[in-house]
Design a protein around this ligand. Structure first.
Ligand code: GLV
Length: 318
């Protein structure tokens, strides 16, 4: 029987698929297994099911001579050294597709929450500070008919565009490749990133994290945005230079931010961004609906099982 290591408890629907073909050890902790622990646990494993919180680097895979497959339970896999896996003949899989709409919903929730000051308003009500209705009390900005700039028109960006179209927004996008479907279905226009930043009321990020997208949004890019604009990041933290974002918010160079991801996760409690009222922060929950996480577990399990059998993965990365 194959031996596999699963770095966290995952929905039972996924475990059932794995147990049909393999003997699975599951890290029981609520927090990720420490690197050294993981390194020693997978020494004699044929398969590994991991999460984006696990660092799967060259040293770790070199120490697991039997490893045939690394199955990541996420669409992003910047935590996995895919080159090192490929060099050792290890297949890598991820879970795209099933989380697309759920993640787009979350990006839109951040757009709505920041624009309409939802979290701030909730705090005010709970603190007993709601004294009357008045014309400009908690007034925010409109989402409908505003200009949205989508950075990365991939699967998730496309679903954000669909939602934006429903709100009658003007849709701009920046991507290396044109997306004819987004243009014909939602009237989206492909523009250079600088133009997108200059014209958008909401800038929302939907690119993977790669060397080319690390700090894609920094001092210069933030300075191009309108003082009334809001930045939303539900992709990966390091795509935005967090210090530059803080400075831009404090200096009034942009109006607000909605963040589901951070340069360091979990975000440290002393992160200055957490002190700003015009920032909505979430704990990396883009794909976190029960239905979607269950589907992701099933796909990750199927990738794992295919890799154990030496078959092509349903959702390969390499
Ligand atoms: C979550 O961030 C994912 O990449 O699936």
């Amino acid at each position: 029987m194959h031996r596999v290591y699963v770095t966290r408890q995952i929905p039972e629907e996924g475990m059932r698929i794995i147990r049909e073909v393999a003997e699975a050890e599951v890290w029981p902790g609520e927090l990720p297994p420490p690197y050294e622990e993981l390194r020693s646990r997978i020494v004699d494993c044929d398969g590994l099911l991991c999460l984006l919180t696990d660092r799967i680097d060259a040293e770790l895979v070199a120490n697991a001579p039997r490893l045939k497959v690394v199955s990541q339970l996420a669409v992003g896999y910047d935590n996995v050294d895919v080159g090192a896996c490929t060099a050792r003949g290890i297949r890598v899989g991820n879970t795209p597709g099933v989380l697309t709409e759920t993640t787009a919903d979350l990006a839109f929730a951040l757009i709505m929450a920041t624009a309409r000051r939802i979290v701030e308003s909730d705090r005010i009500v709970r603190a007993g500070l709601w004294r009357t209705w008045s014309p400009l009390f908690m007034a925010g900005v409109d989402v409908h008919h505003a200009v949205i700039g989508i950075v990365g028109m991939g699967r998730i960006g496309f679903e954000v565009a669909r939602r934006a179209h429903g709100f009658q927004m003007t849709i701009l996008y920046a991507d290396e490749r044109p997306n004819p479907a987004a243009e014909s279905e939602f009237g989206a226009s492909r523009v250079p990133l600088a133009e997108l930043l200059t014209r958008s009321d909401f800038v929302t990020i939907h690119t993977p994290l790669m060397p080319e997208t690390t700090h894609l949004i920094g001092i210069r890019e933030l300075s191009l945005m309108k003082p009334s604009a809001i930045l939303v990041n539900s992709a990966r933290g390091p795509i935005v230079d967090q210090r530059a974002l803080y400075d831009a918010l404090v200096a009034g160079k942009i109006a607000g931010a909605g963040l589901d991801v951070f340069e360091k996760e979990p975000v440290p409690n002393d992160e200055p961004l957490l002190r700003l009222d015009n920032v909505v922060v979430l704990p990396h929950i883009g794909s976190a609906s029960v239905a979607t996480r269950t589907k992701m577990a099933i796909i990750a399990a199927r990738n794992l099982v295919a890799g154990l059998k030496g078959e092509a993965l349903p959702h390969p990365v390499n």
